[in-house]
Design a protein around this ligand. Structure first.
Ligand code: SAH
Ligand code: MG
Length: 210
């Protein structure tokens, strides 16, 4: 078994919301990005328990890139008690809030990706305002509410370098399939003339900075 196969097999077992074929599409998009620019700087907005970080991390390690995996680790609206994607095992009894950071750390340690996948713990907008490095790959999969999705779009997409890759998750054209903001920011990226379509796999969209 190659290291990549081993990491993919592991990624499929990690807790999260990334369907198998979309996870492997993340790896493939990462390998393509790392082929264009080896040793690149990548960032994902929305880390949760580290599932997408392992799919991307497999490609990052292979292409000597680094993936920043950003999250405040308290979950999005739909992860809170009473909502669709609530998981009581992730609640910190000290304050009753969700805390996915220990699980994320365990995932990255078990994958032996600690030198490739680097956690950034905090609110997306605060980090973005103090993050000047250009991005060779950006994966947007954070909050899916209108304001937070648009904030991620405005704050992070200008940092993608020409030729760089933009990935957006949970893009549902049909409102019956899911919330609209990820679809709206995908359309905005494409219609801005800054990004062109590369591929679509399930609800994952792959674009390239022109
Ligand atoms: N990419 C992950 C899933 C991410 S779920 C995977 O596929 O495995 C979305 C995450 O976005 C949640 O963990 C939530 O805590 C985080 N999030 C939502 N709004 C945020 C914000 N404003 N700043 C930082 N993280 C945020
Ligand atoms: Mg998602």
């Amino acid at each position: 078994m190659t290291r990549r196969d081993e990491l993919l097999a592991y990624a499929h077992t990690v807790k999260g919301f990334m369907p198998p074929h979309e996870g492997e599409a993340l790896t493939n998009a990462g390998l393509a990005a790392g082929d264009v620019t080896p040793g690149g700087t990548w960032l994902e907005v929305g880390a949760w328990c580290g599932k997408s970080a392992v799919f991307l991390g497999a490609a990052a390690e292979e292409t000597r890139s680094v993936l920043y995996s950003l999250d405040h680790h308290h979950g999005s609206e739909e992860n809170q008690a009473g909502w669709e994607h609530f998981d009581a095992t992730l609640v910190d009894s000290a304050d009753g809030r969700l805390n996915t950071l220990p699980t994320w750390q365990r995932t990255i340690a078990d994958a032996k990706l600690e030198e490739t996948v680097i956690g950034l713990v905090g609110p997306s907008l605060v980090v973005a305002r103090h993050f000047a490095q250009g991005l060779d790959l950006l994966f947007i999969d954070g909050g899916h509410g209108h304001d937070v999705a648009w904030m991620d779009y405005e704050a992070w997409t200008p940092k993608v370098v020409p030729g760089g890759t933009l990935l957006i998750h949970d893009v549902f054209e049909n409102p019956a399939d899911g919330g609209r903001p990820p679809y709206e920011i995908y359309c905005a990226a494409r219609d801005s003339g800054r990004f062109g379509d590369v591929a679509a796999v399930g609800s994952l969209r792959v674009l390239r900075r022109l």
